[in-house]
Design a protein around this ligand. Structure first.
Ligand SMILES: [Zn+2]
Length: 146
């Protein structure tokens, strides 16, 4: 039920989007309409941080809605991103974390400020702001079934 609602929600954003449900993290599969959504991943911290920065009339947006919009955000914004630079930044971030030069909290902060992540999230935020009625509807629907 929950997965069906998530799939229908994604189809209302873009009918070509296909979701694969995984337990290995969320991602957009480069150059395709496919997104992987991890329904086991807890996005509470991420959601909380975003809500602090962007107040949606005090409403908490369902984690799965965030995940779907963020990944679709990659699909729509990747062309604006310098992929080579982004890849370099990711490798540097992994190195800093592996060598314990940054904490997990730092990693999170830097990760969501990587160019590709930042613009995908901005896209998601803008989508929420411009589709409030739909977001409220799916938010309530998911609250009821989860
Ligand atoms: Zn991302």
């Amino acid at each position: 039920m929950e997965k069906t609602i998530i799939r229908i929600f994604a189809k209302t954003v873009n009918p070509l989007i296909r979701i694969a449900f995984t337990d290995t993290g969320c991602e957009w599969v480069n150059d395709t309409h496919k997104i992987n959504i991890d329904t086991t991943e807890d996005g509470t911290e991420f959601n909380k941080n975003l809500i602090a920065d962007h107040k949606f009339d005090g409403q908490t947006i369902n984690d799965h809605i965030w995940k779907v919009l963020h990944e679709i955000g990659h699909y729509y914004t990747m062309a604006d991103c310098d992929e080579e630079q982004d890849e370099e930044d990711r490798l540097l971030l992994e190195k800093l974390f592996d060598q314990k030069l940054i904490s997990e909290a730092d990693w999170f902060h830097f990760y969501y400020n990587l160019e590709a992540e930042y613009i995908a999230t901005e896209w998601a935020i803008n989508y929420i702001k411009t589709h409030r009625k739909k977001i409220d509807f799916f938010n309530k629907l998911l609250e009821r079934v989860i």
